[in-house]
Design a binder for this molecule. Structure first.
Ligand code: COA
Length: 436
């Protein structure tokens, strides 16, 4: 780490000795104050629930400037990647640090394609689920279950195992998500077809049937690929930190990624696009555009606990750069499908306009996030709302595994073990039952 000439000094008003704390500089972004020796020297912990001011690791993968609304994967702006590369290029970049040249691109595609099928036993495992199970419940089980199938790539300390597990996960996630979908609607599974693009193959596994071939529509395949690119990584968010924490115990990569899937499920994280579309449908049922005013009133009422889903972000205090790209894709997809007058889309546009002008949202720097548009795009493509988060998980898998592998290869890596401020009862004796 690159040490700064400046040091921080921590002093105490009760006269206890002060302490110098080293500062490290990142290549861009805020410096960090190293507090690792704090407990040893002062007997005190820091307190930072929600990690508002705490860097949990050093990373060279993704950089976000929330105030500027900037997102870089390995230094490249998301806008350039979304328009000039495809998802597998992005995967290569996130995993290996550089974009592939032509040969590397060919080899990587071939490698991923070699792993798209899942063990045939997987379908019997799936059969144990109810048909109406939430796809994220199914995905948590299936991804965790992969470790039972691939014993030859579960040693997290072996770099070769880590690489094989990464490729397997990237290659098999579309197959698993499509299987979860097919199972839920009672249709036969469609096997992967490796001469299609990553996104095209996924869409075929979703929408083809044995009696009817799926003819990929370029605009929709491009939209799906863009959804994958925009969701591929987002530095140390809740699910990525979960994967790192889970993996820090030395567990196998499939188990660590399953933990990420479980975390992503929550409505404040990956479940937001599903929650956003459900919200739009509710407003539509209430009366649509006419009722936006009433809905916004509820959102502003702090006693109501109603939130404008798809708005606000822990890190972006500006327009989410992914939202801009997804908004563009949204227009493209809806016009390709002749859905420009779709009532839910019109409602979303009206809601966005009002929220961007309203003092409540402006003063809190609440802008639409990527989920606000990705739900509309996916719905137009024909993806059921309950599958949105599973598609997010599919795309984020590469980010999770790249971050996990980076952590394991970091010489400073330790098992994650946060501390606490204890505020419970002091030591006391168990009274006999008659005295309780
Ligand atoms: C993403 C999210 C969890 C970030 O939360 P956070 O960084 O902890 O921000 P806070 O909850 O501190 O929000 C700051 C203020 O804005 C308000 N706020 C944040 N998001 C809001 C939303 N979507 N609708 C209405 N008010 C919102 C909070 O009530 C708070 O107001 P206050 O200062 O009057 O108490 C939050 O914005 C949210 O729940 N958004 C909706 C879900 C969503 O779209 N998630 C996707 C993330 S990619």
């Amino acid at each position: 780490m690159n040490a700064s000439d400046v040091k921080a000094t921590l002093s105490f008003s009760d006269g206890s000795p002060s302490m110098d704390l080293p500062i490290y500089k990142g290549s861009i972004g805020p410096d960090v104050i190293d507090i690792r020796k704090l407990y040893g020297q002062t007997g005190k912990f820091t307190y930072d629930p929600g990690f508002l001011s705490t860097a949990s690791c050093q990373s060279a993968i993704t950089y976000i400037d929330g105030d500027k609304g900037e997102l870089l994967y390995r230094g490249y702006p998301i806008e350039q990647l979304a328009t000039g590369c495809d998802f597998l290029d992005t995967c290569y970049l996130l995993l290996y640090g550089e974009l592939p040249n032509e040969q590397q691109q060919r080899d990587f595609h071939k490698l991923v394609n070699n792993h798209t099928m899942v063990n045939e036993q997987m379908q019997f495992f799936l059969r144990g689920f109810r048909r109406d199970a939430h796809p994220m419940a199914v995905m948590t089980g299936l991804v965790g279950g992969l470790s039972a199938f691939y014993h030859d790539s579960t040693d997290i300390n072996n770099p070769k195992h880590r690489e094989i597990a990464a490729i397997r996960l990237i290659a098999k996630m579309p197959t698993l998500v499509a299987m979860a979908y097919k199972y839920s609607i009672g249709q036969p599974y469609i096997y992967p077809k490796n001469d299609l693009s990553y996104a095209g193959n996924f869409m075929r596994m979703m929408f083809a049937t044995p009696c009817e071939e799926y003819v990929p529509n370029d605009v929709l395949v491009r939209a799906m690929d863009r959804i994958f690119i925009l969701h591929a990584d987002h530095e140390q968010n809740a699910s990525t930190s979960t994967v790192r924490l889970c993996g820090s115990s030395g567990t196998n990569p499939f188990a660590a990624i399953a933990a990420g899937v479980a975390c992503l499920w929550g409505p404040a994280h990956g479940g937001a696009n599903e929650a956003c579309l459900n919200m739009l449908e509710e407003i539509q049922q209430m009366g649509g555009v006419e009722k936006i005013g009433d809905f916004i009133k509820q959102v502003k009422d702090k006693t109501s606990s109603v939130k404008l889903m798809g708005f606000g972000h822990r890190v972006y205090k500006n327009y989410d750069p992914r939202a801009k790209l997804m908004r563009e894709t949204c227009h493209e997809v809806l016009s390709a499908l002749g859905l420009e007058n779709d009532p839910l889309f019109k409602l979303a546009m009206a809601l966005e306009k009002i929220a961007l002008e309203d003092e409540y949202f402006v003063s809190r720097k609440l802008y639409p996030n990527v989920d606000f548009y990705s739900g509309i795009v996916q719905r137009a493509i024909g993806i059921p709302v309950s599958l949105f988060t599973a598609i997010f998980a599919l795309a984020r898998t590469v980010g999770w595994i790249a971050q996990l592998n980076e952590m394991i290869a970091d010489p400073e890596y330790k098992i994650g073990r946060p501390r606490q401020l204890f505020v419970g009862a002091e030591r006391r004796d168990v009274p006999p039952l008659s005295a309780r």
